[in-house]
Design a protein around this ligand. Structure first.
Ligand code: NAD
Ligand code: WQD
Length: 344
């Protein structure tokens, strides 16, 4: 009997790639998305890739009645909660929007789970909860200290983790896995779905590919005076499809195995890569020369963070196994496809 999974934010970047992998793994998927940062045509893309069209509700997770009706209409066994506002800079300008959207949406789901006998929830957390890890805590493990959030966005992730913990400690009959993502990049190998940021991209990889294709004039590298080998910031860039596969493993664990009620996993490659190394790797992987220049540091950037993924590798039975070169090629192929389709 197929198990039904609710994917909130399922037409978004990570949610759409995860829906593909859930369908490939034999799950039925119900997507809820308010399309505040994505487009409903992603559903067509998912169907084109998998041959299966997930059920889709254009709805807001903050609307308790709407969500209650969706839970009543489907035998949902597990939830992956991607739906959130995620722009760090915007969260500083509009903190109440972020607290309302990111916290009310989760509280609604936690309220509805016992009522509808939903067993498990996977929560999209972020390495941002670690802030700038101390040198002795790099690469960062799940037991590294949680630092004071550097943005309202990051704070919503920390608060949401605490809400889930408190709910379970109060006796809620549910299980949860918190997945702390590092820097998801790339696009599906078919280039049918991928990352489609609204407006001028804040994140590095979309800015790289848009510069490479000529949409942006020049990539600015924010700071080359950090305490790193080449002076630029270091991150753990993980292929979005590998990240999606981690969610399938987590869902299997939370639904089908006798495991702790609450677990936390860092989902990264364990490979720290600098901004300059990304540029070099992109040029090598694609043969495209990038127009870039150093610029002042970006406020709020941390210097260096990358994962110790041992727990996810050994306990979740998952490893990020796509090379940086192939990941960057997938991002470039997606940008080329967008141009072909007249989208960007
Ligand atoms: P995304 O913006 O592409 O996807 C989020 C989706 O949620 C969008 O389709 C948006 O329309 C939808 N949404 C937002 N609020 C909603 C609401 N109230 N009801 C229904 N739908 C709603 O973002 P993403 O990159 O796919 O991120 C997914 C999750 O992973 C987010 O929770 C984000 O905070 C987290 N995360 C992302 C990154 C990253 O670098 N992309 C890193 C760490 C964590
Ligand atoms: C990566 C590196 C920049 C753009 C953010 C959020 C985090 C998570 C992932 C949601 C940094 C440098 C970037 C550019 C550059 N999102 N850069 N020029 O900042 O690590 O993380 O996205 O959870 O919460 O903070 O990702 O892609 O913005 O930047 O030099 O035009 O690339 O300085 O070192 P970041 P990013």
């Amino acid at each position: 009997m197929k198990q039904t999974i609710l994917v909130t934010g399922g037409t978004g970047f990570i949610g759409s790639h995860t829906t593909v992998e859930l369908i490939n793994a034999g799950y039925d998927v119900v997507i809820v998305d308010n399309l505040s940062n994505s487009n409903a045509n992603v559903i067509d893309g998912i169907e084109q890739i998998t041959g299966v069209r997930p059920v889709f509700y254009h709805a807001d997770c903050c609307d308790l009645d709407a969500m209650d009706k969706i839970f009543s209409a489907h035998p949902i066994k597990g939830i992956i909660h991607f739906a959130a506002s995620k722009a760090v800079g915007e969260s500083v300008q509009k903190p109440l929007l972020y607290y309302k959207n990111n916290i009310v949406s989760l509280v609604n789901l936690l309220e509805l789970m016992p009522k509808h006998d939903v067993k498990g929830i996977i929560f999209s957390s972020s390495c941002t909860v670690y802030g700038q890890p101390d040198p002795e805590n790099l690469p960062v493990t799940e037991s590294a200290p949680i630092k004071p959030a550097e943005s309202p966005y990051g704070n919503t992730k920390q608060i949401n983790e605490e809400i889930i913990r408190d709910d379970i400690n109060s006796g809620a009959p549910i299980k949860a896995i918190l997945l702390r993502y590092f820097n998801p990049i790339g696009s599906h190998p078919t280039a049918i779905i991928g990352e489609l940021p609204n407006g001028v991209p804040m994140n590095l990889i979309p800015f790289v590919t848009q510069t490479a294709i000529g949409i942006r004039e020049q990539l600015k590298v924010f700071g080359n005076d950090y305490d790193t080998p080449d002076g630029t910031c270091i991150r753990d860039y993980i292929y979005v499809v590998d990240l999606a596969k981690a969610h399938v493993k987590a869902m299997q664990r939370v639904l089908d195995m006798d495991t702790p009620q609450l677990e936390v996993f860092n989902v990264g490659t364990g490979r720290g890569v600098s901004t300059k190394e990304i540029i070099d790797a992109f040029e090598k992987a694609t043969g495209v020369k990038l127009n870039w220049a150093y610029a002042p540091r970006r406020a709020g950037d941390i210097e260096k963070v990358w994962a110790n993924p041992d727990k996810a590798n050994n306990v979740l039975g998952w490893t990020a196994d796509t090379s940086l070169e192939d990941t960057l090629k997938s991002a470039w192929n997606w940008q080329l496809k967008l141009r072909e389709r007249g989208i960007q």
